[in-house]
Design a protein around this ligand. Sequence first.
Ligand code: PHE
Length: 409
Amino acid sequence: MTTSEKSVLIDDLHALEREALAKLATVPDERGLEEWRVEVLGRRGTLAELLRGLATLSPEARPAAGAAGNRVKGALEAAYAERQRGLRAQSRARELEAERIDVTLPGRGVHLGQLHPITQLRREVERVFIRLGFSVVDGPEVEYDRYNFTLLNMPPDHPARDIQDTFYVANVGAPSRAPATAAAAAAGAVSPGDGAAPAGTDPLPPSERGAGGHVPVGVDGGKAKMATPAGGEVLLRTQTSPMQIRVMECQKPPIRVLIPGRVYRNEATDAAHESQFSQVEGLCVDERTTMGDLRGCLTFMIRTLFGSEREVRFRCGYFPFVEPGAEFDMSCHVCGGQGCRTCKGTGWIEIGGCGMVHPIVLENVGLDPSRYSGWAFGFGFERMALIRYGVDDIRLFYGNDLRFLQQLR
Ligand code: PHE
């Protein structure tokens, strides 16, 4: 091979280098790059083909051409690697762009639960009376007419029944269970404060309710016993007052109990009425307890819940099971008693009913009215919550709209 042969090979190498580099610059993507690699640097590629020509060169011509071949190969490989890095960076950038997430979007919050406002209020009232030495007690929501009305000095034809129409349970026969079962079923009926049995829970298992015959239970210092089999009509209680009877039937004075729970009335629902709501009853029976004690306890409760400046007043009120009876009001917590929209200009807000346990009621449970006196009060939690939170529609409490409920912590 001649010198000219040698330079032809070197020229070809340079030409290949130029063309290959130019083509490399136009390779659009990694696939194109791979095609370029096979075509130029592959074992059967254009470079390998040229380099095979080295073998045909004379020994003198070979070193220079070999060196040129190595340099071109190195240069092409370096350019290839460089282009590969460039293309990878490009496609990575494209991927990142495609997968872009907006980290400024607000995250999904963790929602903390809270107690229903009526539950909160019930617990606050329970705490007040636990401090005053009261026990918290549950009673059945499905009740005998006798407990709900008759024994509370409202015999069948009493006109006061008319304003407490309710729902009646049909086809209930005489109690059919063994007393032992009743006692066991009722064991959950007494709840010390926020204890095991939630207030308002029917102490009877489902199998014992409804058409099978509801056996009423009483409460005796944590041990329940079966009340006198009562027979008669069965209804959803209209008030928590029947628990006055049940407690007094089973427990000897001194008695201090608080009975929160659900009650029912046949009521058309509107902003101020629901057919299901909750009340709390307080009962104290002792040898020398007076209306002054009643008033003191109610004042303590109202001041704890609504502020130490609140006053409580009694107005004559009629409830068949108390004598004297009163409605109790508190001085308006919005205007301090000046008169405003909340108290309708009167300075006072009606809270509930109260009075001295009627002698006939004491006699109905076998207590001697010449020896014992007692007082009782009752009010509705929903009404109190409306007043406390300045809400104007009772239905909001059971609409389960969290946007509303969460505001009342
Ligand atoms: N139970 C009565 C009612 O629902 C309230 C009340 C309770 C009144 C205790 C006097 C004594 O209206």
